[in-house]
Design a protein around this ligand. Structure first.
Ligand SMILES: C[S@@+](CC[C@H](N)C(=O)[O-])C[C@H]1O[C@@H](n2cnc3c(N)ncnc32)[C@H](O)[C@@H]1O
Ligand SMILES: [Zn+2]
Length: 246
């Protein structure tokens, strides 16, 4: 049972995302490194999420993961607490045939409006970094997942955490960031009978450093080099897969 205070806390970032919804995509993915980062992250998600399942994207934002996974899934539900972010995501529905299979829900990731065991996979990227306590979110993701289903979330290396405290990527208006490492995620997963099964890392350098120092200089740093740095197999950022055991 989630308390009223916990629910209020979990919905705080919503206002922020309502305000910046219209510029979210251009701020994050409009520059060279942002666009490459988006491609790398979408490719990892497509690789990790098993095909033909029923997928839930929690904190879908403007829908980049729902959109890229739509082609390989039997259905996708895209949930976000910000009605503005959901509107932007839904406006992209006509852009591709698979995207027409996405359903949009305004809701709270800490109190999901779905029955237990109703999804084959749950993905949630760059949402848990907005909350200090990930437990209510992981608990809900695990509840709505069938046995043997996958949870896919993102984590960051302690080095990225140290860098993040000293420098934020200036163009991005992000809600406050909390860095959750793999051991912390592993502990919370375990509490909810989810076992870490795979981890895919990327981005050899902190992305804010790439954006500041490399991205603005296409003549010296070609996009092919940016792709090597951001797509590096050993990196500071990671997608983690957990499997629900029972
Ligand atoms: C940084 S964006 C990430 C969006 C998308 N997953 C991506 O990677 O581009 C964080 C999103 O989480 C949503 N969010 C924040 N708190 C939430 C909550 N308690 N329940 C559901 N969504 C939430 C925000 O509205 C925002 O759209
Ligand atoms: Zn950039």
């Amino acid at each position: 049972m989630v308390s009223a205070a916990a629910l209020t806390r979990s919905l705080r970032p919503t206002k922020h995302y309502d305000l910046i919804a219209a510029v979210y995509d251009s701020q994050r993915f409009g520059c060279r490194c942002g666009s490459i980062l988006n491609d790398v992250e979408q490719a990892i998600a497509r690789r990790l999420v098993a095909r033909h399942g029923k997928v839930l994207d929690v904190g879908t934002g403007t829908g980049r993961f729902a959109a890229t996974l739509a082609g390989g899934s039997s259905s996708i539900v895209a949930l976000d607490s910000s009605s503005r972010m959901i509107s932007i995501s839904a406006a992209k529905r006509e852009q591709s045939e698979p995207a027409k299979r996405i359903s949009y829900v305004i809701g709270d990731g800490a109190s999901l409006p779905f029955s237990s065991g109703s999804f084959d996979a749950v993905i949630s990227v760059k949402l848990l970094s907005h909350v200090s306590d990930i437990d209510p979110f992981v608990s809900e993701m695990a509840r709505v997942l069938r046995r043997g289903g996958q949870i896919i979330i993102d984590t960051s290396n302690p080095l990225a955490r140290a860098y993040g405290h000293s420098s934020r990527r200036p163009a991005i208006q992000s809600y406050e960031d909390h860095f959750h490492t793999l051991p912390e995620v592993g502990r919370v997963f375990q509490k909810h009978s989810v076992e870490v099964s795979r981890r895919v890392t990327y981005s050899a350098l902190p992305i804010s450093l790439v954006h500041l120092a490399l991205c603005p200089h296409p003549k010296v740093i070609p996009s092919s080099l940016l792709k090597l740095v951001i797509g590096a197999k050993r990196g500071l950022l990671a997608f983690v897969e957990g499997i629900k055991l029972k």
